[in-house]
Design a protein around this ligand. Structure first.
Ligand code: GTP
Length: 293
């Protein structure tokens, strides 16, 4: 099953950087070496078994943009499942950015009216921390208004922190075909073993694809933080030619168990019942894995 994902936005807004970090194991500092994308760069990413993401990274220089809306219109905008539009938060040409975004929406409305639209207000690290919330709220409001009749979801992102994982987890979540079933299975497993929380991560990207929370947690950003930390750890392991397979983290209040689960996923189980021996949880994960086969 192939799903076409369009990645668009002005040149230098950070499209290739985020694609390389999420799908090609780059670390943030490596992206400084990336050159401008010429025309469209296609990549096919295997994501969860038989789901393939067909990523179209569209170079954002003006000459290319004009071409997408004219001679390449059908080719670019047909059969799109998801449009991701990246805005450089520090752009000095906001009006031009909005003009291109609206041209993009027009073309999507004509050619792929069912496509889901995501706007990423990117490079948020360049904005002072105390101004980020208000600036994002203002941009989000404006984008939602000018996207009508299409609905768009907005995220603030930066390659220098975990926000990138939050946005991309939400994006791929839209593309997974049997996501409800997956969610029900995760919930059933969490209930049986009385876990506080169970998460499933896609193996290569470490994006969260499903989760069940049985005990409320204060930190709403914990998923993307875990994605970011484990991905970095996994990359460090691969530098030493070691393969990351499992990890157990514990303190006096809880224990987290992370292990490869199926050929495409890792699982994380969080338990706060310290009377349950860790070996029992590892065994439960092993048994659940057997049921998946
Ligand atoms: P075109 O291919 O020309 O359309 O550009 P692009 O949108 O693919 O931009 P690219 O990913 O090449 O990034 C341009 C520059 O922005 C690089 O030097 C990146 O390191 C930098 N960059 C990307 N994301 C971020 C971010 O979140 N914060 C900061 N500060 N810089 C970023």
């Amino acid at each position: 099953m192939k799903k076409k994902v369009l990645l668009m936005g002005k040149n230098g807004s950070g499209k290739t950087s985020m694609r390389s970090i999420i799908f090609a194991n780059y670390v943030a500092r490596d992206t400084r070496r990336l050159g401008a994308t010429i025309d469209v760069e296609h990549s096919h990413v295997r994501f969860l078994g038989n789901l393939f993401l067909n990523l179209w990274d569209c170079g954002g220089q003006e000459a290319f943009m004009e071409n997408y809306f004219a001679s390449q219109r059908d080719n670019i905008f047909k059969n799109v499942e998801v449009l991701i539009y990246v805005f450089d938060v520090e752009s000095r040409e906001l009006e031009k950015d909005m003009h291109y975004y609206q041209s993009c929406l027009e073309a999507i409305l004509q050619n792929s009216p069912e496509a889901k639209v995501f706007c990423l207000i990117h490079k948020m690290d360049l904005i002072q921390e105390d101004q980020r919330d208000s600036l994002f709220a203002m941009r989000e409001d404006e984008l939602k208004r000018c996207s009508l009749p299409l609905q768009c979801r907005c995220f603030r992102t930066s390659i220098w922190d975990e926000t990138l994982y939050k946005a991309w987890s939400a994006i791929v979540y839209q593309l997974i075909p049997n996501v409800r079933q997956l969610e029900m299975n995760v919930k059933a497993f969490a209930d049986i073993i009385e876990a506080d929380e169970v998460l499933l991560f896609e193996k290569a990207t470490f994006l969260v694809i499903s989760h069940c929370e049985r005990k409320p947690h204060k930190d709403v950003h914990r998923f993307e933080k875990v994605s970011n930390i484990i991905k970095q750890f996994k990359l460090s392991c691969s530098k030493l030619a070691a393969q990351f397979q499992r990890m157990e983290v514990r303190n006096s209040k809880f224990a987290a168990f992370i292990e490869y689960f199926t050929s495409n996923t890792f699982i994380m189980v969080v338990m706060s019942d310290t009377t349950i021996p860790p070996a029992a949880t590892w065994l439960n994960i092993k048994n659940a894995r057997r049921c998946q086969k």
